[in-house]
Ligand binder design. Structure first.
Ligand SMILES: Cc1ncc(COP(=O)(O)O)c(C=O)c1O
Length: 437
C-alpha cells in the first residue's frame, strides 16, 4: 500500500479519501486503470481536460522528443522556437480576431493574467480610472486571488475574506423553475444580462469599470448554461460602455460545447479569452490568454521601445514541454477533426443525459454539447452534497468516473467517446442515482 501521510491533496476531503482511496495508475483512450486493475470509463475527461482521450501517442512522443532536445529555456528576455510555433498554431485556431497569445501554466494563472491585462490596458490608454472588475455569482476562475475575487463560488471564497477590492458580481443565470431540463441554451433569462447595465454600470459608473469576466458556460459550479441571447446582450452592454469582455474558456474551449470555442458556438467575440486544460490535452500544465491586437498594441504604444511593456509572466511561461504538447494536441484535434466529432455526438449525448429526467430525485438535467449536469434533490437528513458524493462513489464502484459539486453530478467525457460508451456512462449514473434515493 502506498504511504499517504505526506501528501496534502487539493480540493479533496483528505481524511475521507485516505480511508478509502480511489487510485488511478494508468490510462488509455477512454479508460483509466485503477490500483486493483479495474477499467474505469472516464466520464469527465480527467478534469475537463483530456479532450482527445488518454495517452495519445502523437502527444506523448512530442513531449518525449522535446525533453531530449531542450529541457528548459528562460521565458524572460529569451525565446525558443516551439513557444512561437505553439502561439501561431493557437492563434490560427482561435476565434477570429484574437490573434495575440500570452502563455502561462494553468487556468487560474490565465484568469489572473487576463484581469491584469484588462487593468493595465486601460491605464496604457490613459484611462486609469477603470479599476473595477465584474464577475458573476457561482463563477469559477481558479484559485488565485484575482480569480477568487471575481469568482462566485461561496464555499471557495469564505475561507479567504481578504479579497481584491473594487469587484462586483452579476447574478448567475440558473433558473430551474423556468428552465428545468434544458437541452442546449435555456429559453428564459436573457434579461439577467441587463443587470449589468441597469444595476452595475449605473451604480459604479462605467468610467470606473475595466472588465466583465464570465465563463460562457459555468462548469465547476454544476453546469449553468447561458440563456438564449444572454452572452450577446452582455457583449452589447460592454460595447456601449467601453468595458472589456473576458470569456474564461478553460472548460468550454477545444470542442467541449460541440464547437471549437464557446465564442463561436454563441457567435460572441470577447476582447480577451482564457484557456488551459484541453490546450495540452491535460498532459503538461499550460494556460493561455488570447487578446485582440488592439489590446496588445496599446501596450506597445504606451512603452518606450526598449522597455518591458507588461511586467508579468511566470518562470514556466511557454515551457518547451508544454509548448510541444500544445502543438501536438492542436494538430491531433485537427487531424482527427475532434471538434466536428463532438458536434456529431452531441445529439445522442444530450438525449441520453435527459433520459435521467425520470430517475428518482433528479431535480434538473442541463446539457449542452458534450456536457451534462444532473442536479439531485439533496437528502433531507444529511448535509448538502452528501447525496452527490454518494452517487459519485457509486459510479466509481461501478467502473465510471464522474464529478460532483454539491448535489450536482457533472459529466464531460473525452470527445472520442463512442455512442455505446455514452449509453454505458448514463446507465451507470442512473443506476447510482437509484441506488442512492
Ligand atoms: C472556467 C475555469 N477557469 C479557471 C479554472 C482554473 O484552472 P486551473 O485549475 O488549471 O488553475 C478552471 C478549472 O476548472 C475553470 O473551470
Amino acid at each position: 500500500m502506498t504511504a499517504m501521510d505526506a501528501l496534502w491533496m487539493p480540493f479533496t476531503a483528505n481524511r475521507q479519501f485516505k480511508a478509502n482511496p480511489r487510485m488511478l495508475v494508468s490510462a488509455d483512450g477512454m479508460h483509466y486503470t485503477d490500483a486493483d486493475g479495474r477499467q474505469v470509463l472516464d466520464g469527465c475527461a480527467g478534469l475537463w481536460c483530456v479532450n482527445a482521450g488518454h495517452n495519445r501517442r502523437p502527444i506523448v512522443e512530442a513531449i518525449q522528443r522535446q525533453a531530449a532536445i531542450l529541457d528548459y529555456a528562460p521565458p524572460f528576455q529569451m525565446g525558443h522556437p516551439v513557444e512561437f510555433e505553439a502561439a501561431e498554431a493557437l492563434a490560427a485556431m482561435a476565434p477570429k480576431g484574437l490573434s495575440k497569445v500570452f502563455f502561462c501554466n494553468s487556468g487560474s494563472e490565465a484568469a489572473d493574467t487576463a484581469l491584469k491585462i484588462a487593468l493595465a490596458y486601460h491605464r496604457a490608454r490613459g484611462d486609469a480610472a477603470r479599476i473595477k472588475l465584474i464577475g458573476r455569482e457561482r463563477g469559477y476562475h481558479g484559485v488565485n486571488f484575482g480569480g477568487v475575487a471575481v469568482g462566485g463560488m461561496a464555499g471557495n471564497r469564505k475561507h479567504f475574506p481578504a479579497s481584491l477590492p473594487c469587484v462586483d458580481h452579476l447574478r448567475h443565470p440558473l433558473d430551474i423553475a423556468r428552465n428545468a431540463f434544458s437541452r442546449g441554451e435555456p429559453e428564459f433569462g436573457v434579461e439577467l444580462a441587463d443587470e449589468l447595465e441597469q444595476r452595475i454600470v449605473t451604480l459604479h459608473d462605467p468610467s470606473t469599470i475595466a472588465a466583465v469576466i464570465v465563463e460562457p458556460m459555468q462548469g465547476s459550479t454544476g453546469v449553468i448554461l447561458p440563456p438564449k441571447g444572454y452572452l450577446k446582450r452582455l457583449r452589447e452592454i460592454c460595447d456601449r460602455h467601453g468595458i472589456l469582455l473576458i470569456f474564461d474558456e478553460v472548460i468550454t474551449g477545444f470542442g467541449r460545447l460541440g464547437a471549437d470555442w464557446a465564442a463561436n458556438r454563441f457567435d460572441v467575440l470577447p476582447d480577451i479569452l482564457t484557456c488551459a486544460k484541453g490546450l495540452t490535452n491535460g498532459c503538461v500544465p499550460m494556460g493561455a490568454v488570447l487578446v485582440k491586437p488592439a489590446i496588445h498594441d496599446a501596450f506597445m504604444a504606451a512603452a518606450p521601445a526598449h522597455a518591458i511593456e507588461f511586467p508579468h509572466g511566470y518562470t514556466y511561461s511557454g515551457h518547451p514541454l508544454a509548448a510541444a504538447a500544445a502543438l501536438a494536441t492542436l494538430k491531433l484535434y485537427e487531424d482527427e477533426q475532434l471538434f466536428a466529432r463532438a458536434a456529431s455526438q452531441q445529439d445522442v449525448f444530450m438525449d441520453t443525459a435527459l433520459s435521467l429526467q425520470s430517475a428518482s430525485g433528479v431535480k434538473d438535467v442541463r446539457t449542452l454539447g458534450l456536457v451534462a449536469g444532473i442536479e439531485l434533490t439533496p437528502w433531507a437528513d444529511k448535509p448538502a452534497g452528501a447525496r452527490g458524493y454518494a452517487v459519485f462513489q457509486a459510479c466509481w464502484e461501478r467502473g465510471v468516473m464522474v464529478r460532483f459539486t454539491g448535489d450536482t453530478i457533472a459529466v464531460s467525457p473525452p470527445l472520442i467517446i463512442e455512442p455505446a460508451q455514452i449509453a454505458q456512462l448514463f446507465a451507470v449514473v442512473a443506476e447510482a442515482v437509484e441506488a442512492n434515493r
